[in-house]
Design a protein around this ligand. Structure first.
Ligand SMILES: NC(=O)c1ccc[n+]([C@@H]2O[C@H](COP(=O)([O-])OP(=O)(O)OC[C@H]3O[C@@H](n4cnc5c(N)ncnc54)[C@H](O)[C@@H]3O)[C@@H](O)[C@H]2O)c1
Length: 384
């Protein structure tokens, strides 16, 4: 058996994303070939009892309770940042000082200014870097990207995306702490814009090119919530809902909407692209399907078809089971990791995963959206 190079991971944060990534680390080698084998070397969390239990459950060789110690360890090659958004920049900059590769959760940072410092640091160091915009790597979404990249849609006129949830409607929900840090602007940077729309924007930019200008509105429906840190009611400064219009560099128009107040919706992420020749539609609730309309089909047979992207020729599907069986949300993380490993094996290959610079472009769109909502004007998006 040939010796593989080890990629020793240090994971910081073991909440929702810590679990999805740990699952990807354990699965990737079974389904994707690489010269690298991923080693779950250490996990870091602040609570020793909990982090130890997580390390045992997910087979990490060791644990730390101080992320700076983990970053400084010589037996770690890559650090995975799975903490709330306010810590991404600080941890990433420390990783660069210690020569670690970085896999960072989205959004890249609290704002574009932080993001620019992160991009400068990783690019000067030459260290491989990735941001977990995972939805790109679902077979149906990658298939949509490939169809558009082949020019099959012809001229593109429209892009529209939604990401709807309903979990913050109760006034009793506090802000701060595990999971609920999302309601605290100090920890999250923004509300649905950085949390949910960032995903829609990443996918849109990947498939349809850069967004050049935006006009947005936001609302904070519940103005005060108890903060878990103080027990006191405190102003809520995140955007609970955001809708914006956008113009793409290719001349197409877009409309994006996200809210956590759409009663009945848990994670309704959909996008639709309308081109001169064809249209595409995707829905996270039916994530293996890509809806496809081809105007080139004779008129009496024309209609929306539903492609179940589970055949061997669909992206990533052939690495798993037999045609017709389903993949799930968790596979998107495995696929993104496989793309990262592919480029570690051969750095001359074209990157098919979002790096810090791409994520900075998305951050700039988010910043422009929030600025437009504040000013009530169209705002041009800064180039990354
Ligand atoms: N890609 C996606 O689809 C997706 C989905 C959810 C969250 N996210 C992103 O992932 C990140 C984490 O979100 P989550 O849902 O996993 O949050 P979470 O609240 O479930 O987990 C956060 C973890 O970070 C830990 N943590 C916080 N401060 C820390 C510190 N100083 N040192 C060590 N550990 C610390 C917490 O204890 C917890 O384990 C966020 O940036 C979020 O935007 C991405």
């Amino acid at each position: 058996m040939s010796e593989k190079k080890q990629l020793r991971i240090g994971l910081i944060g073991y909440g929702f994303m810590g679990r999805t990534h740990s699952n990807a680390y354990s699965q990737v080698g079974h389904f994707f070939d690489s010269e690298h084998s991923v080693v779950r070397q250490a996990v870091c969390g602040r609570d020793e009892v909990n982090v130890k239990a997580f390390a045992e459950k997910w087979s990490y060789a060791s644990y730390e309770t101080d992320w700076r110690k983990l970053v400084a360890r010589e037996d770690i090659d890559a650090v995975d940042i799975c903490t709330p958004n306010d810590s991404h920049a600080e941890i990433a900059l420390e990783c660069v000082k210690h020569g670690k590769m970085i896999l960072c959760e989205k959004p890249l940072a609290l704002n574009g200014e932080q993001g620019e410092a992160m991009v400068r640091a990783v690019e000067e160091s030459g260290l491989p870097n990735l941001v977990w915009y995972n939805y790109r790597f679902l077979p149906a979404v990658t298939h949509a990207k490939n169809i558009v990249a082949a020019g099959e849609l012809g001229r593109i006129f429209h892009y529209r995306a939604n990401f709807l949830q309903d979990w913050t409607i109760s006034e009793e929900l506090p802000q701060g702490g595990a999971g609920l840090w999302r309601l605290d602007a100090a920890a999250a940077g923004s509300g649905v814009t950085g949390d949910l729309l960032a995903h829609c924007i990443d996918t849109a930019r990947w498939i349809n090119g850069d967004i050049v200008s935006v006009s947005a509105m936001t609302e904070t429906f519940i103005k005060e919530r108890v903060h878990t840190a103080t027990g006191e009611k405190q102003a809520v400064t995140i955007d609970d809902a955001c809708a914006f219009l956008a113009r793409f560099e290719n001349g197409s128009l877009a409309i994006f909407e996200s809210t956590r107040y759409a009663r009945g919706h848990k994670a309704l992420y959909t996008f639709e692209i309308n081109g001169e020749e064809k249209s595409l539609f995707w829905d996270l609730h039916d994530l293996n399907r890509l809806s496809y309309f081809d105007h080139g089909v004779p008129g009496d047979r024309r209609g929306w078809s539903s492609i179940h992207c589970s055949d061997g020729e669909h992206p990533y599907a052939g690495n798993w089971w037999v045609p017709g069986l389903c993949l799930g949300y968790e596979h998107s993380f495995v696929h993104e990791l496989a793309e990262f490993l592919r480029c570690l094996d051969d750095p001359s290959l074209e990157k098919r995963f979002p790096d810090f610079r791409h994520a900075l472009g998305t951050q700039h769109v988010c910043d422009a959206v929030l600025e437009s909502a504040r000013s009530g004007r169209w705002v041009d998006v800064k180039k990354a």
